[in-house]
Design a protein around this ligand. Structure first.
Ligand SMILES: C[S@@+](CC[C@H](N)C(=O)[O-])C[C@H]1O[C@@H](n2cnc3c(N)ncnc32)[C@H](O)[C@@H]1O
Length: 201
């Protein structure tokens, strides 16, 4: 994974410009930043979501990614506006109860251990903190076909989840108020944003 996105980092923003822009804008539209101070973006990539969020909101922002090259691209974009850290979603290098909001866009389908990742996200959230996960939605046939192809051809690909499966992952990790909204970018991309609230840890 680190290797794969190391190669992609330089061309990622150009190659995926329209998708990234639309998915990040669509995700942010579904997140309420009111009252939020500390925000973590898991799998922040080149920092497009953080770039927009830091312009729109006066909180403290952190981004985490497996790929040093993606983080380097994010650093160029963000400067000191966000703290950027190398690491895995499954073992977050942050103290417990450090964040009010954890977001993640287009990375869940890469995670090798989503159960560990959601436990970690819950751990780093303050009580009543919120999580918002946007990714491809396996409810759509086209997405399931893409999933099947990528599993064979793309070593960095993990798997696509259906909306009920994302809801179950969140609920099993102890989140409450789980909601999944399905949405689209054109005809090709079926996405979902799962939002939920951390109970008391
Ligand atoms: C498709 S890119 C999405 C980047 C960014 N969130 C966006 O919306 O443009 C997926 C990113 O997730 C990162 N990633 C994949 N698995 C990860 C994991 N387990 N922990 C942290 N980052 C991960 C990759 O290195 C890559 O930068």
């Amino acid at each position: 994974m680190r290797h794969r996105y190391g190669h992609l980092a330089r061309e990622y923003d150009r190659r995926w410009a329209r998708y990234v822009e639309a998915s990040v804008v669509g995700s942010l539209r579904r997140i309420d930043l009111a009252g939020v101070r500390d925000v973590l973006d898991v799998g922040c990539g080149t920092g497009t979501l953080l770039e927009r969020a830091t312009r729109a909101h006066p909180g403290r922002f952190a981004g985490l990614d497996l790929s040093l090259e993606m983080l380097e691209a994010a650093r160029r974009k963000l400067g000191a506006r966000a703290g950027l850290v190398a690491g895995s979603a499954a073992t977050l290098p942050f103290r417990s109860r450090a964040f009010d909001l954890v977001v993640s866009t287009s990375t869940l389908h890469h995670w090798r251990d989503p159960v560990a990742a959601f436990a970690e996200i819950r751990r780093v959230l303050r009580p009543r903190g919120r999580v918002a996960i946007t990714d491809w939605c396996g409810d759509s046939l086209l997405t399931r076909l893409r999933d099947r192809v990528l599993r064979r051809l793309e070593p960095a690909h993990g798997r696509v989840w259906r909306s009920v499966e994302l809801a179950a992952l969140l609920a099993d990790a102890g989140f409450t108020d789980v909601r999944i909204e399905r949405w689209r970018i054109g005809v090709r991309w079926s996405l979902m944003t799962g939002t939920a609230r951390a109970g008391h840890n």
